[in-house]
Design a binder for this molecule. Sequence first.
Ligand code: 13P
Ligand code: SF4
Length: 344
Amino acid sequence: MESYEQFLEEMKTKLRDVVPEPEIYIKAEIAYEINRLKQERNAVILGHNYMEPALFHSIPDYVGDSLGLSRIAAQTDKDIIVFCGVRFMAETAKILNPEKTVLLPAARAGCSLAESITAGDVRRLREQFPGVPVVSYVNTYADVKAESDVCCTSSNAAAVVESLGVDTVIFLPDEYLARNVARETGKHIIFPTKSGWKADATLDYQLIGWHGRCEVHEQFTVQDIEDIRAEYPDVVILAHPECSPEVVAASDFSGSTSAMIRYVQDVDAPRYLLLTECAMGDNIAAANPEKAMLRLCRVRCPHMNEITLEDTLAALQKTQYVIEVPEEIRLRALRAVERMIAIG
Ligand code: 13P
Ligand code: SF4
């Protein structure tokens, strides 16, 4: 393991434009201890792209989007997986690699999309639309995945829907992601309500959505984009597909968190604007100091924000909070997650 002085210098260099120096000193000490303990406990740390910059750039062995981190979780041979992300991500790691101890550093760390739908809702939809396959976004809990035929993430949603090769698909629970997939695949979409759905043979639809929303991405508007373009006509705008279809249509690129990071790294532009969770802009700015990043940073995801260096240290010291998924649910959810991973 490198010396503390070396580690501190690296953090100072990487974070100098995004984290105040006194904070770097405090965080570097905690991060160094986490890295020591990680080795002692034979643990791997996975960090979602939305982790705050001091954590993102110091302790994860792997960083990435939901799909990338699921793949790594499935393959790791370490004893412990510490998931610096939200609960549904840690659950997906447990579903894929049940022999491992999976730790989430915050007791809950939810997600407005995962909270928006229950397993009972999925069963009711299946009754209303018999024989129609269910695609669930990974931003759902294990019991919802268990009721689904296949999962998807923001990086493969349209490909998963098209891979089914059927006329009609139930796509849950993100209304905006569903509308974006409908736009991309040319499908018509309907939204049944919780109180029920009367079959209507006159309607032409191929996608059946749900009313879940990401509380972060739903806040960006077309007006925001127009205002920024008026001030910076040469800006390249990137939007996560959890933004509304109007926002995605008014942007220059839409993709998963990792796809947006790759875009900024690979495509030269005078300046970039990211319509996504705040911390990711800081993380990209720290990794690409030569690129001009504009910030429209209104909202930090309150759930991702629950994951701190302090709590990650406590997670490794006290082996908390252990993620469990009942075996009967896990096995059914596994089919849906593995089917997604096979599609890509
Ligand atoms: P990604 O799969 O693109 O990382 O997105 C996860 C998420 O929760 C976005 O809000
Ligand atoms: Fe859920 Fe939105 Fe937070 Fe992602 S950013 S974890 S979708 S609430």
